[in-house]
Design a protein around this ligand. Structure first.
Ligand SMILES: Cc1cc2nc3c(=O)[nH]c(=O)nc-3n(C[C@H](O)[C@H](O)[C@H](O)COP(=O)(O)O)c2cc1C
Length: 157
């Protein structure tokens, strides 16, 4: 299953939907109980505070049961060089022992330590095919990573 969180521009959702279209894997989104509101810059600033405090927002219940999946593609936007707080919460709330995780991030040029942090947040899982997709550095929705590179990676899954 592909499980993704996407907030600012829908970038992570776009890549998740591409994997879904190419591979047909089930698709599920992580959503916070309280949506983020405010301007992009306000959310960037709030995100910094949240990341620094290892804040875990309350999430909406998932509409699927994770038990039935051995292999999860977990996708996050990069927030302050790491995964978004919603994804930290998701990984912390469930056990991934014995499961295989494909960790994926979208970012704007500063990927930081996101993939390593995702690995640390899911003890007992194995990790394969980690991937980073770069969008433009202004926080927009223009892809920088080439489409062919993304498709090659998807086809190797
Ligand atoms: C709170 C916040 C913090 C961000 N921090 C980073 C960062 O550290 N490095 C980076 O390259 N991009 C950063 N970005 C840009 C996003 O990672 C990038 O635009 C991503 O593709 C957005 O995905 P989404 O549209 O699915 O939410 C940040 C964006 C936000 C909203």
């Amino acid at each position: 299953m592909i499980i993704y969180y996407s907030q600012a521009r829908g970038n992570t959702r776009r890549i998740a939907e591409l994997i879904h279209a190419e591979k047909g894997y089930d698709l599920c989104s992580i959503e916070t109980a309280e949506p983020y509101t405010g301007t992009y810059q306000e959310i960037v600033d709030l995100g910094q505070e949240e990341v620094e405090n290892h804040y875990k927002p309350v999430l909406k219940p998932l509409d699927v049961s994770l038990e039935q999946y051995d292999r999860l593609i977990v996708m996050t936007p990069t927030w302050w060089y790491t995964m978004a707080p919603a994804v930290l919460c998701f990984l912390s709330e469930h056990s991934f022992v014995g499961k295989m995780i494909v960790p994926v991030q979208t970012h704007g040029g500063w990927p930081g330590h996101t993939i390593n942090d995702m690995k640390a947040a899911a003890p007992g899982a194995t990790f394969q095919n980690a991937f980073a997709v770069q969008f433009d550095s202004t926080g927009g929705d223009e892809l920088v990573t080439g489409g062919a590179e993304i498709l090659n990676w998807i086809h190797q899954l």
